[in-house]
Design a protein around this ligand. Structure first.
Ligand SMILES: Cc1cc2nc3c(=O)[nH]c(=O)nc-3n(C[C@H](O)[C@H](O)[C@H](O)COP(=O)(O)OP(=O)(O)OC[C@H]3O[C@@H](n4cnc5c(N)ncnc54)[C@H](O)[C@@H]3O)c2cc1C
Length: 323
């Protein structure tokens, strides 16, 4: 069976990110998944890759990957595309993943599809990709007709399913070219991480909007998120007002999330906000205006004042946790 290259997202200590398991699940539909592991940590990550169906793991443990932005990764992938002739290359649809996809497309003369929310084998076996377009107003199905399809898949869009694979390691010697070393990383700053899950990786996201009224008022969103073990998101109205940091903004100009459950609290549901969350599996909206557009896409709607509704919700969740 033809190979499908999957670029692993992982920590240096070998922790495999959820999105990698999602990519492996999609890759199994197209062919035989071969993971591309850049940098350290592969021995620790192998068991998880095998659990989600990796048949082969190309390990390229070179310091060049952390020393120079994304260009060495694109260069490595391009050489593997040439040697393995895969049916597709799957990367995470993060800012970094999309940049790698674009660079790889240029290097290999291939078509690139981004923001994929589903990937299946089309009638001729070539990958058929589902993408929401125009802020989610239109869903399109696309195929790549030139070169090797390079597909950036949105994190959390495809549910990861386990299926055993051999995960046979193939060591790859790699040294980036001078051209790939043009932009050097001079410092790594680790972002402060709280107890909450990552916004783009979380299975539950609670987002708050202008309806929370102030930075203090927004605190109620964090309380509900903590009660549910969820990540916190925010509308642009909130981040622009400085009530919550910009990295938590969900939407067209913020993060794209696709959790199992998205709770929108005091958010009107502008098209630009929907663009970042409407592929969530289940959407709950809490808003005092019954005409708010968010209710058009909500699976469950609660009309009421959030400062009355949310504390009751937190209390009920607490009772269920005690049972
Ligand atoms: C180019 C561009 C890009 C953009 N990108 C983004 C983006 O990435 N993300 C994003 O979110 N927006 C984005 N926007 C902004 C977007 O158009 C909206 O302005 C924004 O999403 C509105 O945020 P909101 O829903 O929190 O506020 P509002 O639209 O003001 O809605 C507040 C809601 O809270 C409700 N409410 C008020 N008080 C209460 C209460 N006590 N209890 C319950 N409900 C209450 C109201 O009924 C209302 O529906 C973008 C706009 C542009 C032009």
């Amino acid at each position: 069976m033809a190979e499908v290259l999957v670029l692993a997202e992982h920590s240096d200590s070998g922790e495999v990110k959820k999105v990698t398991c999602e990519l492996l699940t999609a890759a199994r539909r197209l062919g035989s998944p071969s993971v591309v592991w850049t940098g350290p940590g592969a021995p620790e990550g192998l068991a998880r890759l095998a659990e989600f169906g990796a048949e082969k793991v190309y390990v390229a443990d070179s310091p060049d990957f952390s020393g120079y932005v994304v260009t060495p990764v694109a260069e490595l992938l391009a050489s593997l595309v040439a040697s393995a002739a895969p049916v597709a290359v799957l990367v995470a649809g993060t800012a970094e993943g999309k940049e790698i996809a674009g660079r790889l497309g240029v290097k290999t003369g291939s078509g690139v599809l981004t923001d994929a929310v589903d990937v299946v084998a089309g009638p001729d076996g070539a990958p058929s990709v589902e993408q929401p377009n125009f802020g989610g107003a239109i869903t399109v199905h696309s195929v790549v007709r030139t070169g090797t399809p390079i597909i950036a898949v949105r994190p959390s869009a495809i549910a990861a399913e386990a299926s055993a694979g051999a995960a046979t390691v193939e060591t790859v010697e790699f040294a980036a070219s001078d051209a790939a070393k043009a932009a050097r990383v001079t410092e790594h700053v680790v972002a402060e991480k709280g107890e909450r899950p990552d916004l783009t990786e979380a299975s539950i996201v609670v987002s708050g909007g202008r309806g929370t009224g102030s930075a203090d008022g927004f605190g109620i969103i964090e309380k509900l998120a903590d009660a549910l073990g969820a990540a916190v998101g925010a509308s642009r109205a909130v981040t622009d007002a400085g009530w919550y940091p910009h990295q938590f903004q969900v939407g067209q100009t913020g993060k794209t999330v696709s959790p199992q459950l998205y709770v929108a609290v005091g958010i009107s549901g502008a098209i630009q906000h929907r663009a970042g969350m409407q592929t969530s599996k289940t959407i709950i909206a809490i808003n005092k205006d019954p005409e708010a557009p968010i209710f058009e896409i909500a699976d469950y709607g609660l009309v009421g004042d959030l400062f009355t509704v949310v504390p009751q919700l937190i209390e009920e969740i607490g009772k269920h946790k005690q049972i």
